[in-house]
Design a protein around this ligand. Structure first.
Ligand code: DGY
Length: 422
């Protein structure tokens, strides 16, 4: 067997091993349920193994969709006790318990890719027709629920919603959230070293927010008015924007009503105008902003760089972002570190404060390619390939040493490798 065939086999085996009754856990133990953006990315890997299984991954995710359209960040399909906070702590009483927040909505972008790349076109078209109303409802929820004042920028209510949990970009806003004062047992530290995970002070606030949603009876208006954490997260805004553009294409191809398409196009235009308010001429970058205090945070993260993936960058901004993009890649060898290594907050091994993620390298490579940054795109791909060949399928990687971090045999890492370069 050549090395490449062995790598493909290992990646496929990871998906098979993490397969639980039609959905895929990111990794057993640490993340024993179905996560929103993990499921989407993982479906791309399943497309290389079994196309109907790939569609099932998305169908299982949509089983957790709320009546208001939200696709939650975790679907607790069945009880497992290796994770905290589980369904009882979240307190959502739906038939299938879920969390009360969402996650970066890469879902529609993935579905569009699946339709384009499917060998079984009839199956793909049938699945798309079935799920398109749910995908539309999900995107409507984002704009209606998270931007009720129609500013063009959706807000996020929890660092977990960003998928980039302990990013230093929201340290200050999270500090303003009261910590819980009762004792609880974290379970992530049973699986992973504490120096690769968020600090206790951050967890105390994550849990405060979970309690706040429950005490607010998950009422959208109350949460929008009173949530002590509200972030204009450039990563979420960018991923949503790109996915909405792709949703519009899917709607057009499927002959959806023109009012629907116009509505989404208006949302896209609003974001294209509003994103300019997050640009910092001082940092040559877009910055995350606290939606309560309107304070911007000068911490450069892969989230802020995802504007490139969203194709939200003007020519003038691109000329300024390009040297930053290059330097960022030079600072670490394995692709784009989740925090720019020249920022004081950079920690190469601690979760979203500096390590490298394969799916983020991929999203950024797509954006780089779009803007003609071919070398940078190729660099991201080669760095990612090196990590898989030399290190393995870890959740993320120390951006200075390349060492594997977090969970091992990780679904989205295997899936992106299968989709992107294997
Ligand atoms: C966790 O529990 O660490 C997850 O990232 C939440 O989504």
């Amino acid at each position: 067997m050549t090395d490449k065939i062995a790598l493909i086999e290992s990646a496929k085996n990871i998906l098979l091993k993490n397969n639980v009754d039609g959905y895929t856990v990111p990794t057993h133990g640490l993340y024993p349920f179905q996560w929103n953006w993990d499921a989407a990315i993982t479906a791309l890997g399943w497309m290389k193994v079994d196309e109907s299984r790939a569609w099932l991954e998305i169908e299982m995710l949509l089983k957790g969709q709320w009546d208001n359209g939200m696709v939650p960040h975790i679907i607790f399909h069945k009880p497992v006790d290796s994770y905290f906070p589980g369904p009882d702590v979240w307190g959502v009483k739906n038939t299938i318990p879920t969390t009360a927040i969402s996650q970066p909505p890469v879902l529609v972008s993935v579905v569009k890719l699946m339709v384009e790349q499917a060998n079984d076109k009839a199956l793909a078209q049938a699945k798309l027709a079935e799920m398109l109303p749910s995908l539309i409802a999900y995107h409507k929820w984002w704009y209606n629920d998270r931007d009720p004042e129609n500013t063009g920028l959706v807000v996020s209510y929890h660092p977990w919603e960003s998928g980039m949990d302990n990013s230093p970009a929201w340290d200050e806003s999270l500090d303003a959230v009261p910590p819980v004062t009762y004792k609880y047992k974290r379970k992530d530290l049973d699986h992973v070293d504490s120096d690769e995970r968020p600090h206790a002070e951050q967890y105390d606030r994550y849990i405060y927010l979970v309690d706040f949603f429950k005490q607010s009876n998950f009422d959208s208006e109350v949460i929008y008015r009173d949530c002590p954490y509200k972030m204009y997260d450039v990563g979420i805004i960018s991923i949503l924007h790109k996915a909405t553009k792709e949703l519009v294409t899917l709607c057009e191809q499927s002959g959806s009503e023109s009012e629907q398409i116009t509505w989404f196009n208006q949302k896209l235009s609003a974001t294209e105008a509003a994103i300019k308010t997050l640009w910092s001429a001082e940092h040559n970058s877009f910055l995350n902003q606290d939606a309560i205090t309107k304070k911007s945070f000068p911490v450069l993260t892969t989230g802020t760089m995802l504007v490139v993936y969203a194709e939200l960058v003007s020519n003038d901004q691109l000329a300024l972002i390009k040297p930053l993009f290059n330097d960022w890649l030079k600072e670490t060898e394995y692709g784009m570190s989740s925090t720019y290594a020249k920022c004081a907050e950079f920690e190469p091994q601690r979760y979203w404060r500096g390590p490298v993620w394969l799916h983020i390298n991929w999203l950024l490579a797509l954006g780089a390619e779009h803007y003609g940054l071919t070398e940078e795109s190729e660099q991201l791909k080669q760095a990612s390939e090196r990590l898989i060949t030399e290190v393995g399928y870890f959740e993320y990687f120390n951006s200075k040493t390349g060492a594997g971090c977090g969970g091992d045999e990780f679904s989205w890492t295997a899936a992106i490798a299968l989709h992107w370069f294997l």
